[in-house]
Structures are given as C-alpha cells and as structure tokens.
Design a protein around this ligand. Structure first.
Ligand code: HGY
Ligand code: MN
Ligand code: MN
Length: 416
C-alpha cells in the first residue's frame, strides 16, 4: 500500500479475496454464480457485504427498493456524497465479476482510504442496487430506475417472476425492505466500475476502459397465439404454428440488426412455450427481443421495423401477435468532467486506456439522469460475460480499482 499522497493503490489481494468470498454465495454449477435478485442467496450476499461494511466503519441505509447505501462520513457535512456502486445480483448462469466487482471495488476504495488515514470532504457512499440484471424480474436496472424517477414504486413492486411471485413480496420475504424513500438521496457524482463484458479492451490490450457512453436498449416482449395440436397427426396445412412464427421473427430480427451495422445488436435470450410438451404444437409462445444501439435513430428505427414486420409474419401463418415494451433506455452520454477525471487517473497511474461505449446496460445509465455519472471498465477474458466461465485477472481487477480510488479522491476532495 503506498503512503498517503504518493501513487496510491488499493490492496489487490484484499479485493480479490473479497470477490472470491462473495462468489461462494449462490454458486453456479460451472464455476460461476446463480445469486438472482431477492432470492435467499441474494439475502446472504447482502448480509456478507453489510458485515464487511460494518468492519470498515460505514453506516448503512436501505430504501424501499432494497438499494443498500453504505456511507463513509466526509468532513463537510453539507457536501453531497460521491457514490460508487453496482450490483450483487447475478444472472442464473452468471459470472463472479459482473456487478460484484463494482460493489466490492467501492468497498476496497473505502478500506484503502482507511488504511491511508485519508479523510475526504464529500462523504463516500458504496451502493448495491437491487435487481440490476432483470433476469428474474424485468426490466433490468429496475431499482436504480425507480431511484431516478423512471419507474414508480408500484410498477416495480408488481413485477412478476416466471413463477408469478412479485418483486414487492420477495423483497419483504428476504427481509431487505428498507425505510428510506427511493430517490430522496442526492448525489454529487456517481462512479460505476464494471467488467467490459465484451472483447474490445482485451483485443486492444488496454487495461482501462474510459466509458464515454452506453448504448440504448429496447426489450420487446412478443406474445404469439397459435393452436395447440398434435405434432404427429396434424397435417402441415392445418397448423397454426406459433413456434414457426417465432422462428421467422428471430430471423427477421437478425436481418434488421445486420442491416444496421456497425453499432447495432439484436437477439432473443428468453422464450416460453406453452404447454411446452414435445408432441404438442405450442398454443402460446412468449419471447423478448433485445435490441441495442448507441445511435438513437438506429435504435428506434430497428424497433419500428420489427414491430411492423412481426404482425405480417404472424398473419401469414394465422398466428395472433401482440407486443409490449418491457424495458427501455435511450443511449447515454456520461458526464464529460467525470470521464476526464477517470482518464487522468488512468494516465497518472500509468495504465493503458481507451475510450469505450458500454455494450451492456448498467445502473449508471439511470444514475446519469439524476447526477453527473460515469463508468470505468476492465477487460474480461475473451469478452465473455453472462456465462459462468466469465473471467478476469487480479491485475485487471486492481488496475480499475486503483483508477476508481484516484477518481473518487479527486472528486470527493482530500480534507486538509
Ligand atoms: O442487460 C444488460 O445489459 C445488463 O446486463 N442488465
Ligand atoms: Mn452488470
Ligand atoms: Mn449482467
């Protein structure tokens, strides 16, 4: 650990040990994690994080969306806090670092400031946002969305998981329904450190991503209505085949995304067939199209084309078609001053870096609506994420945390 004022760095081993200890909670089946939001595993991970924060001398606040805010006091009682955060919830077959790195690196910043005996003018708040992933309850980033005033509390509480359980009931059940009003907190600045979840930084051999923007997203949930029938004895001409309609829509989404290159993506990750029996043609197919682009015109143009062409595909097959947007945010431009602070920190620390646009969505996208916000990224092996094989190196993890430390100190100010 460097002495105060020198080329300060975090304790890389302590950060890595915390990541490995958190990864033991909600283990996956292939070395990653399944710590989905508002499950018992999520509750256990929250308690471990709370214990570590207690040990670091932080005071906890929890709001009515279960967002956790862990405060290190500043010397100026009137100064708005600098927030550093991300999410502890994971995908069902998630990695050990997506989200978790940003929360635990925020804690490591505080631990390092404690080691260095540094007091800051602005308080520092380490944050764990509830349900960033949107895997169990759509949409993604719902809790930071309520915090930013994008969603109402009622809308969030009504969200249902595939088993019909509601967000509100599950938040109560795991004992993390807090009493703070969501969004009442005001931020001086917000930093989110996150793995890239794409191949660019590793391919360009850069240690740090200076995140200038985040691409926008639409989640379009299609419900197709066919006719349940025997897959063996029903002649092809008699079929009302919702599964076939889905296949043709997926092909069309691929075409639309490819026609909007560069800088557009489109695909489907979740499909429900009903009755989902091998020898019954589906009566109902529900699936969510995920389209994204950093270019607003492309993003909205793709949505318009997909919503225009899907009904035509279904009509030709006699299949009913309805669509609902269940997730959305426009492309985000992060705060130029904070972006410059991150870039300068990487330069001061001697880390290779490049500007990057985030391909994945993050809570920072909603934080940016209510405060100056930006992100820092580190590479991940093969650009792989949302896969249990997600992997980073200890060096990569620490380099980004060092940049976070310097950016936070620069923004929170060292008390004289
Ligand atoms: O979908 C996303 O981009 C994020 O992982 N929730
Ligand atoms: Mn994430
Ligand atoms: Mn994720």
């Amino acid at each position: 650990m460097a002495a105060r004022g020198e080329n300060m760095r975090v304790n890389a081993d302590r950060l890595w040990d915390s990541l490995m200890d958190m990864a033991k909670i909600g283990p996956g089946i292939a070395g990653g994690n399944n710590r989905q939001t508002l499950t018992d595993a999520d509750a256990e991970g929250r308690r471990l994080f709370q214990t570590w924060c207690d040990e670091a001398g932080l005071t906890m606040g929890v709001d009515t969306m279960g967002n956790m805010f862990m405060t290190r006091a500043g010397t100026d009682p009137d100064a708005l806090p600098v927030y550093v955060g991300s999410h502890l919830d994971t995908q069902p077959t998630g990695g050990k670092y997506d989200g978790v790195l940003g929360v635990l690196a925020g804690l490591e910043v505080v631990r390092s400031l404690n080691d260095l005996g540094i007091e800051t003018k602005h308080p520092i708040v380490v944050t764990n946002w509830t349900n960033e992933e949107g895997a169990r309850f759509a949409p993604a980033m719902v809790a930071s969305g309520v915090f930013a005033g994008v969603h109402t509390l009622e809308y969030a509480y009504e969200r249902k998981d595939p088993d019909g359980k509601t967000f509100g009931d599950e938040l109560k059940r795991i004992g993390w329904l807090g009493d703070e009003e969501v969004g009442a907190r005001k931020m001086h600045a917000y930093f989110e450190y996150h793995i890239e979840q794409g191949p660019i930084l590793e391919a360009q051999d850069k240690q740090i991503g200076v995140v200038t923007h985040c691409q926008g997203l639409w989640w379009l949930e299609f419900t197709l209505t066919g006719r349940e029938a025997h897959t063996g004895s029903t002649p092809m001409a008699m079929r009302v085949n919702a599964g076939l309609a889905m296949g043709r829509i997926l092909e069309m989404v691929q075409t639309v995304a490819m026609e909007n290159q560069p800088g557009a993506v489109g695909g489907v990750g979740q499909v429900f067939f009903s009755p989902n029996s091998r020898n019954v043609l589906p009566g109902k197919v529900v699936f969510t199209v995920d389209i994204r682009s950093p270019d607003q015109k492309k993003l909205d143009g793709m949505r318009a084309r997909i919503e225009a062409e899907a009904p035509t595909i279904c009509e030709a097959l006699g299949v009913g078609c309805s669509v609902e947007a269940v997730g959305h945010f426009d492309p985000v431009t992060f705060d130029p001053t904070l972006v410059a602070t991150v870039r300068k920190a990487a330069e001061d620390l001697g880390y290779s870096h490049m500007n990057i646009i985030s391909g994945a969505g993050h809570d920072a996208c909603w934080a940016a609506k209510v405060a100056p916000a930006t992100m820092i990224m580190c590479p991940c092996v093969g650009g792989l994420s949302h896969n249990e094989a997600e992997d980073i190196s200890k060096e990569w993890a620490a380099a980004g945390a060092d940049v976070l430390l310097h950016a936070v100190i620069e923004t929170a100010g060292i008390a004289e």
